[in-house]
Design a protein around this ligand. Structure first.
Ligand SMILES: [Zn+2]
Length: 164
C-alpha cells in the first residue's frame, strides 16, 4: 500500500520533470529531494526489514553467513523483545542503542518479582544478562539461554533464570 503510494509520488515527480521541459537545474532543486524522500519512505515502510536491520545492523556485512546472522538475531531478540510498540515520547526505541536497551528492559522487568534480590540488584542483573546476550559475551550466557528455550521456557522467564 505504502509502496504503491511512493510509486505514484515518483511518477508524479517524473511528470513534473517533463512539464519543466527537462530543465535539469530546476529538477535538481525542486524534484530530486522529493524523489529521495519518496524512496526513503518506501524503504522504511517495511517494518520487518527495519527491525531486522536494527538487530544485526552492526554485524551484517556482504560476506556474513546468513545462518549465523539468524542466530544472532534470535539471541538479540531474546535480549530485547521486538515490541513494535510506538516508543516513549514518540521517538522510536532502537535495540541497537545500549541506553534504549536499558529503557526497554526496565519497562519489561522493572516491576517484576525479584526472587529475593534487592530491586536495584535485580535490575542490574537483568541489564547484565541483556548486555551479555546482545554482545554474546560471554557465549555461555546464550548457550544456557538456548537450552532453557528448548525446554519451552518463555523468553521472559529465561531472562529471570539467567539473572539469578
Ligand atoms: Zn518478570
Amino acid at each position: 500500500m505504502e509502496t504503491a503510494t511512493a510509486k505514484v509520488a515518483l511518477s508524479e515527480a517524473e511528470l513534473i520533470h517533463r512539464i519543466l521541459g527537462g530543465d535539469h537545474e530546476l529538477y535538481c532543486d525542486l524534484i530530486a529531494p522529493y524523489e529521495r524522500m519518496a524512496q526513503v519512505g518506501s524503504a522504511y515502510d517495511d517494518p520487518d526489514s527495519a527491525v531486522a536491520r536494527t538487530y544485526v545492523r552492526d554485524l551484517a556485512a556482504s560476506d556474513a553467513d546468513v545462518a549465523w546472522l539468524a542466530d544472532c538475531r534470535e539471541r538479540r531478540e531474546l535480549a530485547v523483545p521486538p515490541s513494535g510498540e510506538p516508543a516513549l515520547g514518540g521517538a522510536p526505541l532502537d535495540a541497537g542503542d545500549q541506553q534504549h536497551r536499558t529503557v526497554i528492559a526496565l519497562a519489561e522487568f522493572g516491576m517484576c518479582e525479584t526472587g529475593g534480590l534487592a530491586r536495584e540488584d535485580f535490575r542490574q542483573a537483568v541489564r547484565r544478562v541483556i548486555e551479555e546476550l546482545w554482545h554474546d559475551d560471554p557465549p555461555a550466557t546464550w548457550q544456557r539461554a538456548s537450552k532453557l528455550l528448548t525446554t519451552g521456557m518463555a523468553p521472559h522467564d529465561v531472562i529471570h533464570a539467567l539473572a539469578r
